[in-house]
Structure formats: structure tokens, C-alpha cells
Design a protein around this ligand. Structure first.
Ligand code: TEU
Ligand code: CA
Length: 533
């Protein structure tokens, strides 16, 4: 039986930036619910929501202070429930982001833990007399000194995101209760944040240093022994509820690491950063990552396909800002083997935004990088450049709904800057235009729905030649061929099938010859193979 999530195209909603429903400049549940018809019409059938729980929002919700509530900025529990039932009414599944690795430093558990060395919750977090050399993934040491109890606590990210001690079974129990609570609320699964971080090496040995790359090697603070046992228990708990889906965020581009975490009794899938983080518009590289994944994965493992998220530069910008390239990536994401995750705004070709002043920068990672650069003596200008490299605001600007002020996202000035391009790049402008990015996404999503080979087909072949990526996906019912010309030149596509029909292209409406085709620069061709009777 094919699982529902294997038939689903997901869409990531970055909570504060999708749609403001109550006019305070911050996205919210009322706003998202009001756009469900848009999402349905786009053709997606799954949503991933970034964290919406009460939070001081040092890291926009990845610092949770109450696992059982809704942050007032996003609405009330009732708004969440309405959203879930309205999504389900439209056959849209919803998975929610859950941060098991760390809590906010404002969480009552941490407040209790830091209150005294003897508090029963002391051991819920990781306390040590002396720091080791482990570095935070954001900036500086991952150990913060707590004066009142004269010890250091561990934080892999910001100091306001305190790592829980998963070696403590009370922590595990508390988090399992959290998962049950949301499953019983009717969510369809979880996206588990930095799931490979839950265990650290209990020797607390110093991490080695990579002198060539000039950075620490995170040998002892992630991917540690015992992590798969915890994941197994999480999967067991979640799968006691029928039809739930688990996505693990394992922030690695190493296929050997990624592949450890998904499959039977583990996460259902993990994010394939080996494909998604590619920073060149290079068909050969994409080809080799697709093949490497295909070869590494077992039959119970399925890749995921995404090229943008709230943590990275948008792929259109990464790949040079050209809309045609955006269409090639869209076609790849929705026809290659894997569960697709479209990031909000991908479907209209939104681009990166860059802060030209530190006062405009909202992201904690960017701001910390700025402070670090200043403290090492860099000029303000250079520090800003360094910070912009790391700053994730680039892809977090408001969804561009219309040319109206604030991109139609809100009636008042939003919490984060709105790119000037929103005047031209927006949903309203693209909606009626058959050649727009939005229309292209809709056609692709519809095609994916109509052709099961694009969802469940295995690769009959996958090939790269001279700037052109092509593959054929086949299941028991049909074969669909995809050719993507990543080059700026016309190429020849030789077709070995008896007969083909054109399903979709960004450049043409019909096929003249069926043996050898001239495929245009940046053309997408999706063909159906017709076999002789
Ligand atoms: O991201 C994790 C993250 O930032 C990774 O890139 C990480 O640095 C990598 O795994 C190291 O190998 C998640 C969220 O998506 C992000 O928004 C949060 O800021 C972060 O966790 C902390 O919760
Ligand atoms: Ca709002």
C-alpha cells in the first residue's frame, strides 16, 4: 500500500510571514485559513507549519516556552483548530514543526532547572562545571555561564535555546506527552527539528578542528550513539496513531549520514540537504546527487526534494535570479523521485532580500554573526557583509500576494522588510497569466496528481549529458519521461520510444517529430511513452 505522504506535495509555511489576518503585521492562523483556497487551487495537499507555540521568538519560535499552547501572535487554540479542520475539509494534511532538542530559556522547566543545583529538574538540561570547546551552530561557545549556580549550561544554538538532556528519561516522557497531545488534536505528523542533535557524547571530549576549512568539526555534539534508539521510540509512539508522517531534519549533506535516519522504524523521510543545498545551477551536480541518493537508499527509504526553506537562500537567487531556471527547478522538484516540499513564495519566483543596514536585520543568526565580526575588529560594512551571508531573513520576507502596500500581506508595516519586487512579483499579477511561474507550478502539480508514475514510479533510467538532465519514471501503469535542458543552448533529445505524447513544456504546445527533438535552452519537456499495442 502506498502511503499518503508518498502521494503528497507539501508546502512549507513560515508562520510569521505567510498572511496577517488581524492587522498587526505578523502572519497568523486566521491569515493562513483565509488562504487555504489559494493553496488548494495551487494543487498542494500537505502543509508544514513552522513552530507556532508560545515563544519569546529569539529564533522565531524555535525557542518554545510552552509546548501546549498557541503563541498569542498567531491566534488562540480555537484558531488552530479551525485551521486544521478547514485544511482537512479540503483534503490538505498538516504536519507541524516540533523542537525536541531545546526549549526557550524562558520555559518553566529551565527556570526551575537553573534555580538551584539540587532542583529535581536540574538534570533536565546539560550542566557542567567547566565548558569544553564545543561551538554553537550560531556563534561562539555553546556553553553559557550561570552565575547564581556557578555552572555552565549547554546550547547548540542561541543561548536562549537551551538543550534538553535526552539522557534523562523524564525529559523523554515529557516530550512524548507533548507529541500525544498534538496527535490527539488531529495533526498528521511532525517535522522534527535538528533530530540528530538529541544526544551528545557523554565523554564531553573536545571537538577536533579542521585547519583547512578553518572550522570546528562537530564530532561529539551530534549524530551520537544512542540517537537511533530514541528515534525508534519516537517512531513507535507516533505510528501507534494510524497514518502519521515523520520528517526528520538532519542538517547534513552527507548521504551516508542522512540515510541512517529514515526508513522502517525510523523517520519516514529526512530532508535531503545533499540535493537541496546545491548552490550552483548545474545539471551534472544535481544528477550526481540524485544518483547518489538513489544508490544509497534501501527500498524502504524515500528521498525528499526541496531547494529552498526558511533557513536558506531562495533557489532562484542562488541560481542567478532567472525565472526560467526557477521553472526547471520546479519541474525537477515535482517530477523526480521524492516527496516534494515547496517553500512559500517559490511558486511565484520570490527572490532573496538583503538587509542594507544592521537595524533591519531580524534573524538571530545574522545578528550574532554581526556582533562576532565587530568583536574581531571588522568594520561595520564588512561585518554587515559577513552577517548577510549567514542571515536567514533573505527568504523570510512576507509572502507577496499583490502589488498593494506591504505586498498585500498585511494592512500595517510587517515585522520584517518587504522587498521592492513585490510590486511586480506577486500572486495577483501571476494568477491570470498562463506563462507565469504560478501557472507553471499549477500545471506541474496537476500533472503530478494525474500521473501516478510521477509519484510512485521508479527510475527506468536517469541520465546526464552536456547540460541536459533526463529521466524516465515507470510504475505498473505508465511511463513518464522528463528532459530538462539546463544549458543555454539548443540540444538534441533522442527518443527511443515508439511514440510519445507531450504532457507539459514551458516552451511549446506540441511535438512535431517523435524520434529526435530539438530541446530549447532551459526547456522542460515532460512526455508520456506510448507503447505499441
Ligand atoms: O535548523 C537547523 C540548522 O540551522 C541547521 O542548518 C544546523 O545548523 C545544522 O543542522 C548543523 O549541522 C533548524 C531550524 O530549521 C532553524 O530555523 C532553527 O534556527 C534551528 O533548527 C534551531 O532550532
Ligand atoms: Ca497577525
Amino acid at each position: 500500500m502506498v502511503k499518503w505522504w508518498n502521494q503528497t506535495a507539501f508546502y512549507e509555511i513560515y508562520m510569521p510571514s505567510f498572511k496577517d489576518g488581524n492587522g498587526d503585521g505578523i502572519g497568523d492562523f486566521a491569515g493562513i485559513t483565509s488562504k487555504l483556497d489559494y493553496l488548494k487551487d495551487l494543487g498542494i495537499n500537505g502543509l508544514w507549519l513552522t513552530p507556532f507555540y508560545p515563544s519569546p521568538k529569539v529564533d522565531n519560535g524555535y525557542d518554545i516556552s510552552d509546548y501546549y499552547g498557541i503563541d498569542p501572535a498567531y491566534g488562540e487554540m480555537e484558531d488552530f483548530e479551525t485551521f486544521i479542520s478547514e485544511a482537512h475539509r479540503r483534503n490538505i494534511k498538516v504536519i507541524i514543526d516540533l523542537v525536541l532538542n531545546h526549549t526557550s530559556s524562558e520555559h518553566p522547566w529551565f527556570k526551575e532547572s537553573r534555580s538551584s543545583r539540587n532542583h529535581p529538574k536540574r538534570n533536565w538540561y546539560i550542566w557542567r562545571d567547566k565548558p569544553n570547546n564545543w561551538e554553537s551552530f550560531f556563534s561562539g561557545s555553546s556553553w553559557e555561564y550561570d552565575e547564581s549556580t556557578d555552572q555552565y549550561y549547554y546550547h547548540a544554538f542561541a543561548k536562549e535555546q537551551v538543550d534538553l538532556n535526552w539522557a534523562n528519561t523524564d525529559v523523554k516522557k515529557a516530550m512524548f506527552d507533548v507529541m500525544k497531545f498534538w496527535l490527539e488534536k488531529g495533526v498528521d505528523g511532525f517535522r522534527l527539528d535538528v533530530i540528530n542533535f538529541l544526544k551528545v557524547n557523554n565523554s564531553f571530549q573536545d571537538n577536533p578542528y579542521d585547519h583547512e576549512k578553518n572550522e570546528q568539526i562537530h564530532l561529539f555534539d551530534k549524530d551520537q550513539k544512542g540517537i537511533l534508539d530514541v528515534i525508534k521510540e519516537i517512531a513507535e509512539l507516533v505510528h501507534q496513531y494510524p497514518d502519521k508522517f515523520l520528517v526528520g531534519e538532519v542538517g547534513s549533506e552527507d548521504i551516508e549520514i542522512l540515510k541512517r535516519y529514515s526508513g522502517t522504524g525510523k523517520m519516514d523521510v529526512s530532508f535531503n540537504f545533499n540535493i537541496g543545498s546545491i548552490d550552483k545551477f548545474d545539471a551534472e551536480q544535481i544528477y550526481s546527487r540524485l544518483v547518489e541518493t538513489e544508490q544509497a537508499y534501501e527500498s524502504d527509504q524515500m528521498p525528499t526534494l526541496f531547494f529552498s526553506s526558511h533557513d536558506m537562500s531562495r533557489h532562484i537567487s542562488r541560481f542567478g535570479g532567472d525565472e526560467e531556471r526557477g521553472k526547471l527547478i520546479a519541474a525537477l522538484m515535482l517530477t523526480a523521485k521524492g516527496v516534494p516540499f515547496i517553500y512559500q513564495g517559490d511558486e511565484i519566483g520570490m527572490k532573496d532580500w538583503v538587509a542594507d543596514d544592521i537595524s533591519m536585520m531580524m534573524d538571530v543568526q545574522g545578528r550574532l554573526a554581526y556582533e562576532e565580526a565587530i568583536s574581531t575588529g571588522k568594520s561595520k560594512e564588512d561585518a554587515l557583509a559577513v552577517a548577510n551571508e549567514r542571515c536567514r531573513d533573505k527568504s523570510r520576507t512576507p509572502m507577496q500576494w499583490s502589488p498593494a502596500s506591504y505586498a498585500g500581506f498585511s494592512k500595517v508595516r510587517p515585522w520584517i522588510s518587504v522587498p521592492d519586487e513585490s510590486c511586480t512579483i506577486n500572486v495577483q499579477n501571476q494568477q491570470g497569466n498562463p506563462n507565469s511561474m504560478l501557472s507553471f507550478y499549477k500545471r506541474l502539480l496537476k500533472l503530478r496528481m494525474e500521473h501516478s508514475s510521477l509519484r510512485t514510479g521508479e527510475y527506468e533510467f536517469i541520465d546526464y549529458q552536456d547540460g541536459m538532465l533526463s529521466f524516465m519514471r515507470t510504475n505498473e501503469f505508465e511511463s513518464t519521461g522528463v528532459a530538462l535542458n539546463f544549458s543555454e543552448e539548443e540540444k538534441t533529445l533522442n527518443i527511443e520510444a515508439e511514440r510519445v505524447t507531450l504532457l507539459l513544456s514551458n516552451k511549446r504546445k506540441l511535438i512535431e517529430s517523435a524520434k529526435a527533438l530539438a530541446i530549447l535552452p532551459n526547456e522542460v519537456l515532460i512526455l508520456r511513452r506510448i507503447l505499441k499495442k
